[in-house]
Design a protein around this ligand. Structure first.
Ligand SMILES: CC(C)(COP(=O)(O)OP(=O)(O)OC[C@H]1O[C@@H](n2cnc3c(N)ncnc32)[C@H](O)[C@@H]1OP(=O)(O)O)[C@@H](O)C(=O)NCCC(=O)NCCS
Length: 184
């Protein structure tokens, strides 16, 4: 199995390439133009500075073959205990347990940082395996925005899944609600 470790700035070239493949060759993300290294670096820097974890999967020879990152679901401060995951495993490395290891790492670290709910937005059609994957990691379906997206000549529906972290809503957030407002 690859090493799962926190992402570092030096990983951004590989992360940019993995994401670009998903932008150009799939509808998993509704970005239509692949962001360049500079903009991916800016997004990573802003999210990690706001307290969102990022992890990479590093193969034995040092190649980055997948990543997962957290971000705010909405920027308003009341959302500060919710985190949205974005996860991409390189083609050729999928269905080997790497996505599971990455998302488990994000869930564990997000829980430790005080987040209480994790949200996944998945594009349909085409996202069936991501739905199965998130179900395997404890997410349940909560709703959809039908035909809300347009990409590559097709209307797309965003389905949303969610899972509680730690005590979820069973207690008030601890430590007291003093986390900085998350910003994307
Ligand atoms: C979705 C994705 C992250 C899953 O990562 P992965 O490394 O391929 O998944 P894993 O091997 O860790 O699978 C864990 C479990 O998820 C489920 N799962 C994963 N891929 C599946 C598939 N194609 N069909 C059905 N179930 C699947 C299974 O329950 C699997 O456990 P099992 O292999 O023991 O049966 C990966 O396929 C990917 O990067 N896809 C393209 C980008 C994308 O869709 N990202 C998500 C955007 S929301």
């Amino acid at each position: 199995m690859p090493l799962i470790r926190p992402a570092e700035t030096r990983d951004l070239t590989a992360i940019t390439e993995i994401y670009a493949d998903a932008v150009v060759n799939s509808k998993a993300t509704w970005d239509e133009v692949a962001p360049d290294l500079q903009s991916m670096t800016a997004v990573y820097a802003a999210r990690t500075a706001a307290g969102f974890p990022y992890f990479v999967a590093e193969a034995t020879e040092g190649r980055i073959i997948g990543y997962v990152g957290g971000s705010a679901f909405h920027p308003q401060t009341g959302w500060r205990y919710a985190i949205e995951d974005s996860i991409y495993v390189a083609k050729g490395a999928q269905r080997q347990g790497i996505g599971r290891s990455l998302l488990e790492a994000l869930i564990e670290e997000a829980t430790a940082r005080g987040f209480r709910q994790m949200i996944a937005g998945i594009s349909m059609p085409g996202g069936e395996r991501s739905v199965a994957f998130h179900e395997a990691l404890g997410f349940r379906m909560v709703g959809e925005f039908k035909d809300a997206g347009w990409k590559q000549g097709e209307w797309l529906t965003a389905v949303y899944m969610q899972r509680a972290l730690g005590e979820g809503a069973a207690s008030a957030p601890l430590p007291p609600p003093d986390r900085a407002a998350p910003k994307n």
